[in-house]
Design a protein around this ligand. Structure first.
Ligand SMILES: C[S@@+](CC[C@H](N)C(=O)[O-])C[C@H]1O[C@@H](n2cnc3c(N)ncnc32)[C@H](O)[C@@H]1O
Length: 268
């Protein structure tokens, strides 16, 4: 399996949490639409800083349980500290991956992956292993990004459109499973599952969307350089400011990457 190209330095864990703030409404719609409900037992694979697991923990409530796993010990330590400082009792983090059986855990009702299949060289193999953790009739829900079809800005903003093109080419080397988002239905089918439903959304950037532009700029620099250069924070702030100024000047509307959200169920 591929390593996670962006590493787990504090700057990357912070980027994941900034990203999570923007993505939360979309992921929450996915989880609710796919039937996540109070009392369920949930597994998140590739939990990173823990934000999706925290969202799931809110939705399943005190009678439910969430386990987040990630193969990076830095991510697990960080997510565990956040759970502890937030006083969360229904979420636990372990170092692991879909290929490592979880000892002492019963099969889960619901499995979540966000921004994780795009990092797999073999997304089908990953998904097959992941389903082994689910009970019969359990649900898999995935939220994955794709930047190949981003529509032009309105009105045309050449600096932002050029940025989107460069962003996409940077992802082509950084993402081992770059097609996973728009192949989710096929990946489910290859695992013997039929996608029940799904949707695709885009975040938009407007002149006051500070977080949106910071997210796009930090993500671009991370993908482009693989690991963060020392001046990454100031470079990202400058790039975000340049993009936002260009949008503000024309009161423009610009797009972020497609957010593909699909779910499927195991046979009962
Ligand atoms: C982009 S982050 C997403 C984190 C989180 N799901 C979110 O959306 O905030 C991807 C995470 O998946 C983890 N990861 C990638 N492949 C994995 C695998 N095969 N097993 C476990 N973790 C994996 C990486 O270490 C990284 O922390």
């Amino acid at each position: 399996m591929a390593t996670y190209h962006l590493g787990h330095a504090p700057i990357e864990l912070a980027r994941l949490t900034l990203q999570a703030e923007l993505l939360r409404p979309i992921t929450e719609r996915l989880l609710r639409s796919a039937g996540l409900a109070p009392g369920m037992r949930v597994l998140e694979i590739g939990c990173g800083a823990g934000d999706v697991s925290f969202l799931a923990a809110d939705l399943v409530g005190p009678q439910g349980r969430v386990v987040g796993i990630d193969r990076a010990p830095e991510a697990i330590q960080h997510a565990t500290e956040r759970a502890r400082s937030g006083g969360l009792r229904n979420v636990t983090f372990y170092k692991g991956g879909p290929d490592i059986p979880l000892s002492g855990e019963e099969p889960f009702d619901f499995l979540i992956g966000r921004y994780v299949l795009v990092h797999q060289q073999d997304p089908v193999g990953f998904m097959r292993l992941a389903t082994a953790n689910l009970r019969p009739g359990g649900t898999l829900a995935f939220h994955e990004p794709d930047s190949s079809l981003i529509a032009p800005s309105r009105p045309p903003i050449p600096i932002y459109d050029a940025f989107n093109a460069q962003y996409h080419s940077a992802t082509q080397t950084a993402l081992a499973g770059k097609e996973a988002a728009f192949r989710l239905a096929a990946i489910f089918a290859d695992c013997g599952l039929v996608s029940s439903e799904g949707f695709c959304e885009r975040l938009v950037g407007l002149e006051n969307s500070d977080l949106f532009f910071l997210w796009r700029a930090t993500s671009y620099l991370a993908f482009k350089s693989g690991l963060y250069p020392d001046q990454a924070t100031s470079d990202a702030a400058q790039l975000a400011a340049d993009l936002q100024t260009a949008v503000r000047t024309v009161h423009g509307q610009v797009f972020g990457p497609d957010q593909w959200c699909l779910w499927a169920k195991l046979p009962a």
